[in-house]
Design a protein around this ligand. Structure first.
Ligand SMILES: [Zn+2]
Length: 279
C-alpha cells in the first residue's frame, strides 16, 4: 500500500509529464472505484490544461486551469502507468486513461478498486470529505513536537496505532511508522500519551528524516520518477526494520546483547522493532 513517499514520487512523475500540458483525450472505463467517478469528469478533463500538483497525505491533487482539481487516491493496489502513446495499449484494470498534447498516455490501474477519483473546486480542496479530517503534513514546519504531543495527549492506544491515525499526522502507514519509531528509539507498544517532551522531540525529526530519505531514494532511483515499464512511484528502498524479523539490528552489537529485529502484531498488522533500544 503506497505511503507518503511513494505518493510524492508518483506525483512528481505526473508533474514531469503533465504540468503545463493539455489533456487531449480522457476516458473513464468504469462508473465507480471505491466511490462513483463523477459523471462530468471526462468532459471536464478533455481539453483542459494541467497547471499544477499538490500532495496532501496520501492524496494527489491535479489542478486544472479554470479552477478545478482532480483528486486521486491509489488505495491498496492502485498504480499509475505513464507511456508514450500506443493505440490499443489497454492494460487490465485500467479505469481512467488520459492522453496529453505531447502524446503521453496516463493510465490509472487499480485491480482491487480501493482507490478514488474525484473532481472538486481547487479553492475548496481542503474541505473535501477525504481531506477535511487529515492531521498536519509531517514535512511541514508546523508539524513539531508541541503539535504532536498535543495530538497524542490523552490517547491510551499504542504509539504505533496513534501514528497510523491520519488525523494525528497525515500520510504515514505501517512501513514508515515502524522505521520512524526505530530511528527515534521509541517502542511501538508505548502508550501514545506518554510520547511527550524529549520523546516527542526525538520522534518528530525521526519521522521527517525517514520520509525525506525515502522521497530522495524515490527520486534518485528512477528516471523522472518513472520505472522502465512506465509505472510511477514505486522504488527499491532498504528498510532498517520493516520486513526484517530475526535480522541483525544496526543499533546493537548482536547476540547475546540483541537478538535482532522482532516482529509483533498490533491491530492485525505486523510491527517490526528492536526490543533493546526501543523503549
Ligand atoms: Zn537492537
Amino acid at each position: 500500500m503506497p505511503e507518503l513517499p511513494e505518493v510524492e514520487t508518483v506525483m512528481r512523475g505526473l508533474q514531469a509529464r503533465l504540468q503545463g500540458h493539455r489533456i487531449v483525450h480522457a476516458e473513464a472505463r468504469r462508473a465507480d472505484l471505491r466511490w462513483p467517478i463523477p459523471p462530468g469528469l471526462v468532459a471536464r478533463l478533455t481539453g483542459a490544461r494541467v497547471i499544477g500538483f499538490r500532495r496532501r497525505g496520501k492524496y494527489i491533487l491535479m489542478r486544472l486551469e479554470d479552477g478545478d482539481s482532480v483528486l486521486l487516491h491509489l488505495g491498496m493496489s492502485g498504480r499509475i502507468v505513464l507511456t508514450p502513446h500506443r493505440p490499443n495499449a489497454a492494460t487490465p484494470h485500467e479505469h481512467l486513461v488520459l492522453e496529453t498534447d505531447e502524446g503521453w498516455r496516463v493510465g490509472f490501474v487499480d485491480p482491487r478498486r480501493f482507490g478514488a477519483i474525484d473532481l472538486i473546486p481547487t479553492a475548496r480542496e481542503d474541505q473535501h470529505r477525504l481531506l477535511a479530517a487529515l492531521g498536519p503534513e509531517p514535512l511541514d514546519d508546523a508539524f513539531d513536537a508541541a503539535t504532536l504531543s498535543a495530538a497524542l495527549a490523552g490517547k491510551r492506544t499504542p504509539i504505533k496505532a496513534a501514528l497510523l491515525d491520519q488525523s494525528v499526522v497525515a500520510g504515514l502507514g505501517n512501513i514508515y511508522v515502524c522505521e520512524a519509531l526505530f530511528r527515534a528509539g521509541i517502542s511501538p507498544r508505548r502508550l501514545a500519551h506518554t510520547v511527550a517532551g524529549a520523546r516527542a522531540a526525538r520522534l518528530v525529526p525521526a519521522i521527517k528524516a525517514t520520509l525525506q530519505e525515502a522521497i530522495a531514494a524515490g527520486g534518485s532511483s528512477l528516471r523522472d520518477y518513472v520505472q522502465p515499464d512506465g509505472e510511477l512511484g514505486y522504488f527499491q528502498h532498504a528498510w532498517k526494520v520493516y520486513g526484517r524479523e530475526g535480522e541483525p539490528c544496526e543499533h546493537c552489537p548482536g547476540p547475546p546483547v540483541c537478538h535482532g529485529i522482532s516482529r509483533i502484531v498490533q491491530s492485525g498488522r505486523s510491527t517490526f522493532y528492536c526490543k533493546r533500544t526501543q523503549r
